[in-house]
Design a protein. Structure first.
Length: 102
């Protein structure tokens, strides 16, 4: 059995394609635009089994971010009220204590 010819045709493009109008290509012309719109994160294989799609990963991370924000918000509110509570406790004596200061 004979092998097919290994020679290529000299011109594979159609006549309407004018290569002189293309000019020279610029390597990485759109690289920064592509990188700015993409955030690629690699996860471990066992996590990829739990989160099979980017939507599931995003949903889980949003839930985690919301929980963290709620926890920080509660902590800040609690810390803001603690000094006020301490100041109020110092002003009035505790009931039933002997020798409580005013």
């Amino acid at each position: 059995m004979k092998k097919g010819t290994t020679r290529r045709r000299a011109d594979e493009l159609r006549a309407e394609y004018d290569l002189t109008k293309l000019g020279s290509g610029v390597r990485g012309k759109y690289y920064e635009e592509a990188v700015a719109g993409t955030n690629l994160v690699l996860i471990e294989p066992e996590l990829a089994e739990v989160f099979p799609s980017s939507e599931s990963v995003n949903r889980a991370l949003r839930a985690l971010a919301d929980t963290a924000a709620a926890t920080v918000g509660q902590r800040r509110r609690r810390l803001a009220t603690e000094p006020q509570q301490r100041a109020a406790a110092k002003r009035k004596p505790a009931a039933g204590r002997k020798g409580a200061r005013r």
